[in-house]
Design a protein around this ligand. Structure first.
Ligand SMILES: Cc1ncc(COP(=O)(O)O)c(C=O)c1O
Length: 436
């Protein structure tokens, strides 16, 4: 069934863009599974690239795409198609006040670029602070505030970019706490920022759950402190809710759960359900300030009709299918199954996360917590062979963490099958390590 010519073209004609590519090609995706060119059905516990929260090719998304194909997929950026104001008309039922106005772009990198630029225009400052382990994208500005991957080869960091240590209770970056973060990282980080600031602060950007950095859930009260730190310095708080908005944590936005309203919210992956759609959302007041200062963000696909139509379909589907509740129910179930695995495997040092965004950290032993990178690599590979795609976050200083985030529409049966594969991958992986 596999087409050898296409496989050859894939290996010879495509630029390698990072990460390990699977050895097969893929032909289709539906719900929580994808199919490869050998006809194998593989459970997708990464929801594509964390986007397909309502399941791959949901009929509502397919219908919105078909409708747009009839009425127009793209227009001049100065024309606002009718489908574009529809999601923001719905968003007030979703958004914490005073967030209200949206700019529709395509990727998370772009919505973060727009957020950073908006914060600079609205405040007149240009210093930006991010958290260690963060991932906000790959474009110039978004990449400059991303610290989950190494930055070798990218040249000097732009002036005005600062980083503070991330709150990681399991692996404290300042070697201070163990198991409970007391936010020393934040306090010391802000002190260091104050020492370095040239007096032009603009924003702090943060993910509510630091996902690529190892699925880190900051301690209770952390974002209140971050909000206070912003207010004290006249900085805007930007939440990057690329992964957490629209249901993955069982709430509309992580901001609801945290009880902290950012000044600017960046949403992306989960809004388009697999179609490139992202938005930068802010208040009337900040939009007005940025506009008056000359803010522009004029791209080829800003305000395109097709992705906006899909975004509306995603919001309606989440409501109609009660997917927030489902994320909690399935998230609790999955977590209990992962914790049951932890009881049986010494190498599972930590199970963490929120809703249906879960992390499992692999260690050599629970006391010393030395990262088990070898087992991480073997189990990810073995999962794929057994029919499960999941993600490993592997950084020398941050450990080896399975990141598990199936679509919110996942069934219990699919979760059981996935956990059985994880179980077997651990058994096989430990055997392989013992034999080596
Ligand atoms: C939290 C977060 N923000 C931003 C991005 C960048 O989004 P994109 O890849 O759509 O540019 C990602 C991508 O993984 C992300 O996880």
């Amino acid at each position: 069934m596999a087409d050898p010519d296409l496989r050859k073209a894939a290996s010879e004609l495509l630029v390698r863009y990072g990460g390990d590519a699977f050895p097969t090609l893929f032909v289709s995706a539906k719900g929580a599974t994808v199919k490869d060119d050998e006809g194998r059905e593989i459970l997708d516990f990464t929801s594509g690239q964390m986007c397909a929260t309502i399941g791959h090719n949901h009929p509502a998304i397919v219908a919105a795409i078909k409708q747009s194909a009839d009425t127009g997929v793209h227009m001049f950026s100065g024309m606002i198609p009718e489908s574009v104001p529809r999601p923001p008309k719905k968003l007030p039922e979703w958004l914490p006040r005073p967030l209200k106005k949206s700019l529709f772009v395509n990727t998370g990198s772009e919505s973060n670029e727009a957020a950073l630029k908006m914060a600079k225009f609205a405040t007149g400052g240009w210093e930006v602070l991010a958290l260690g382990g963060s991932w906000h994208g790959v474009t110039g500005g978004a990449g400059s505030v991303s610290f989950a991957s190494d930055r070798r080869g990218t040249g000097p960091k732009p002036a005005g970019v600062h980083v503070i240590p991330e709150p990681n209770a399991y692996r404290c970056p300042v070697d201070h706490c163990r198991d409970k973060c007391d936010m020393t990282c934040l306090r010391v980080g802000m002190r260091l920022f104050d020492m370095q600031s040239s007096g032009a602060p603009a924003a702090i950007i943060a993910e509510p759950v630091i996902s690529a950095g190892g699925v880190l859930v900051p301690p209770e009260g952390y974002f209140n402190e971050l909000r206070k730190a912003c207010d004290a310095r006249g900085m805007l708080l930007i939440f990057d809710e690329a992964q957490t908005a629209f249901g993955r944590l069982g709430v509309k936005f992580a901001a609801d759960k945290l009880g902290v309203v950012p000044d600017i919210m960046s949403v992306s992956k989960t809004l388009g359900g697999g179609v490139p759609l992202a938005a930068t959302i802010t208040s009337d007041e900040i939009e007005e300030k940025a506009f008056k200062a000359g803010f522009s963000f004029y791209t080829s696909h800003v305000s395109d009709p097709l992705p906006a139509a899909v975004g509306l379909a995603v919001l309606e589907t989440i409501e109609r299918e009660h997917l927030l509740e489902r994320a909690i129910e399935m998230g609790n179930y999955l977590r209990s199954q992962l914790e049951a695995l932890q009881q049986r495997y010494e190498v599972i040092g930590d199970v963490r996360g929120d809703g249906l965004l879960l992390g499992v950290e692999l260690v050599k032993d629970r006391e010393k917590r030395e990262p088990n990178h070898k087992l991480g690599a073997i189990t990810t590979q073995r999962c794929y062979e057994l029919g499960l795609s999941m993600n490993i976050r592997r950084r020398p200083e941050r450990g080896s963490v399975w990141r598990i985030a199936p679509p919110l529409t996942v069934t219990k049966d699919e979760l059981d099958r996935g956990v059985a594969i994880l179980d077997q991958s651990l058994r096989d992986g430990l055997d392989q390590v013992a034999r080596a």
